[in-house]
Design a protein around this ligand. Structure first.
Ligand code: ZN
Length: 683
């Protein structure tokens, strides 16, 4: 059975639909055009709270009943949204507790969206009630295939309700104020708290000296956790209301890939399926969406995910909203499928006439007919996905290399003061991911809950904050034969952002076999170098490195590379430690990308991990497999055709139904999906 719903055993194709913006005669035309484009799922009503609950005690579902039935009659399934992402104006007027207080301490007024306080009793009461009423009403509808809670949960609130809930959250976490004072290190700057009421949300009026830099990190980190959990609780309460009536339909909420304020790793535990909204621009390097897809796939241990939103053409919110050039919409969507998406869903199906999304791309544009370029491309892709049937549905990506991604680490490292404003998490993650992507080596993004033993190589760039017990899990992984790679500024602090004394990298000192005495921050125009001798021929050479240079003492580790400049010239910059049956590497500075590529290639080769295929630049290869069949995706991100050597693989291209072997030509922005029966690969 497909993971999301057995009612639609194919790659779902459709998207957000706002029939409430249109008269009913347009609905008929929409259904006709949906059929023409092979659209089989519509998400609605994402922002219709004001229509569904026009007054405090009155709900109106008549129009939704009508369109639900019409869609079902046209063979279109429904992904039903709970509509709680933008509260009605009457609610804000009558119950101001629903309005957030922002980071600057300003009480918001009605307007925009996503501005409900997550600890507002009014918001929780009415959001849960609406979700419950919808679940009661539509749970048994045959066209219902998924639940979509709210929309793109986001932002933090700093109001008095949140302050009060924060104190309760802290009491639960720390028990006593004495323990909180100890764990928060409140002896610093006279921060000792005598009463719980003295603790207030950290914002620009209190602990922040810049919008992204608190001066008292322990409280800021806990507020990150608390606000993420508050919104998660709102989502969970809606989920529970739905489940009471609709226990068998998959429930999701749409994520925004690496959205820093919310710990999606924790959120994903509450969902049946992860879904997310992907909006690469024409200038987004293709490795970036590959990283986002892998991150979303990793949140539920490799389970396929839903591409809930993407634009068929341009967006309305980038600085320069370029059109998707012919062929690239198709390519971007196959890239999502190649990394584990089991749906392709657009925002939006019909283009709004007014307000901020009127120039956001749509399947049916303002022209309103099926002759536009974008519609024709969408319809062509719809026909292809229709022909693919259930071929790749629920097939899994298998990787032997993983990159650790931890939201709490992200919050802590970027909250902290020093050592460099350019030390940021995403660029570090991207750099190591990119090196693997360029070599067509499958990689999973994993959370701190993922079992490390599934992998041969685990990379944890700048693992500054170590969760309790995580160092022991790394030690066990390496002792059992794993290859672990970590970098500068790792192992520095505990879960409260308090330094682990006794030499960095703290709890990672044993497994890495080094201790770090100091760390130097380089100006952007300064470079040091890492010089590697001929001990490991694949790494021999001198490589630029900068950002932060750790001054390292090797204990049990072997020195593989040394600095060539500054007073720490000749001291270790790159080390390898044998630990049990495995090895742990420490990269003391931020090296040039070429070095990262060489190192990861060397480590993969050592472990027998080979590229799926060796290809020209920007030709991406991924693999999904199920039930003895593998699907090798070859994606040409270049505008010009390329030739790709299949390295002995023989099979059928699912898109052209042609038998392929040897070397094949892939057209500009083209895609090949080579289906092979496992064992058919000759080398
Ligand atoms: Zn609030």
């Amino acid at each position: 059975m497909p993971l999301i719903s057995d009612k639609l055993p194919k790659i779902w194709y459709g998207g957000d639909y706002n029939p409430d913006q249109w008269p009913r005669e347009i609905w008929q035309e929409d259904l006709r055009l949906f059929g023409k484009a092979h659209i089989d799922v519509a998400t609605l009503p994402v922002f219709s709270w004001a229509l569904l609950q026009p007054e405090e005690d009155r709900y109106d579902f008549a129009w939704l009943d009508d369109i639900f039935d019409q869609l079902a009659g046209g063979g279109i399934k429904v992904c039903l949204a709970t509509s709680t992402a933008a509260h009605p104006a009457w609610m804000a007027r009558r119950y101001p507790d629903i309005l957030r207080v922002d980071f600057e301490g300003r009480k918001r007024k009605y307007g925009g969206r996503h501005k409900s306080c997550p600890n507002s009793p009014t918001y929780r009461l009415y959001a849960i009630r609406l979700a419950e009423k919808m679940a009661e009403r539509y749970a048994g509808h045959d066209a219902l295939v998924a639940w979509h809670i709210s929309n793109e949960f986001s932002g933090y609130c700093y109001c008095d309700n949140c302050a009060s809930a924060f104190r309760t959250w802290l009491q639960k976490r720390y028990g006593t104020l004495e323990e909180l004072n100890r764990r928060w290190y409140t002896t610093f700057w006279s921060h000792t708290f005598y009463e719980w009421e003295e603790i207030v949300p950290p914002n620009i009026l209190t602990e922040y000296w810049q919008p992204d830099k608190p001066q008292f990190q322990t409280i800021a980190l806990d507020y990150n956790r608390f606000q993420s959990e508050s919104l998660q609780e709102c989502m969970r309460l809606e989920r529970d209301a739905i489940r009471r009536h609709s226990p068998d339909v998959a429930i999701t909420t749409n994520f925004m890939h690496a959205y820093k304020p919310l710990d999606y790793a924790a959120w994903a535990r509450d969902l049946d399926v992860v879904s997310w909204d992907s909006y690469p621009s024409n200038r987004t390097h293709p490795a970036e969406p590959a990283l986002w897809h892998a991150l979303m796939r990793g949140l539920k241990g490799g389970q396929p995910f839903m591409l809930m939103e993407t634009t068929p053409s341009q967006v309305n919110w980038q600085q320069y909203c370029q059109l998707k050039k012919p062929g690239t919409m198709r390519l971007h969507n196959y890239q999502a499928i190649a990394h584990g998406a089991d749906t392709v869903m657009f925002f939006q199906l019909r283009q709004s006439l007014g307000a901020s999304e009127k120039f956001h791309g749509a399947v049916i544009s303002h022209a309103g007919h099926g002759e536009a370029r974008v519609f024709r491309e969408v319809a062509a892709l719809g026909a292809e996905l229709h022909r693919l049937g259930d071929k790749v549905v629920d097939a899994r990506v298998e990787a032997q290399v993983a990159i650790l991604f931890d939201w709490e680490n992200w919050w802590a490292m970027e909250n902290t003061a020093g050592p460099s404003k350019d030390w940021q998490y995403m660029p570090q993650i991207s750099k190591y991911h990119r090196a693997l992507w360029e070599q067509n080596i499958p990689v999973d993004l994993i959370t701190t809950e993922t079992d490390l033993m599934k992998y041969q190589v685990v990379v944890a760039p700048s693992l500054y904050l170590l969760q309790p017990g995580y160092a022991s899990r790394i030690e066990a992984f390496v002792a059992a034969g794993g290859t672990f790679v970590t970098t500068f500024m790792s192992g520095m602090v505990d879960e409260n952002d308090i330094v682990v004394p006794g030499g960095y990298p703290g709890e990672l000192r044993r497994v890495t076999g080094i201790w770090v005495e100091e760390f130097d921050a380089l100006y952007p125009d300064e470079r040091n170098e890492i010089a590697c001798g001929s001990d490991i021929p694949a790494l021999a050479g001198t490589y630029e490195a900068g950002l932060i240079c750790s001054v390292i003492h090797a204990e049990t580790a072997k020195v593989i590379g040394t600095y060539t400049k500054d007073f720490y010239r000749g001291t270790p910059a790159l080390t390898r430690n044998r630990f049990g049956a495995g090895t742990a590497w420490y990269i003391g500075a931020d090296p040039e990308p070429g070095f990262v590529g060489k190192l990861l290639e060397h480590l993969c080769t050592e472990r027998g991990i080979r590229p799926l295929l060796v290809t020209a630049e920007n030709v991406e290869v991924t693999c999904r497999s199920k039930q003895g069949r593998t699907y090798l995706f070859v994606l040409n991100h270049n505008p010009a055709p390329v030739r790709v050597d299949l390295n002995g693989a023989i099979g059928t291209d699912l898109l052209t139904e042609k038998a392929l072997e040897g070397t094949v030509e892939v057209e500009g922005y083209g895609v090949v999906i080579l289906e092979t029966i496992t064992g058919n690969r000759t080398s």
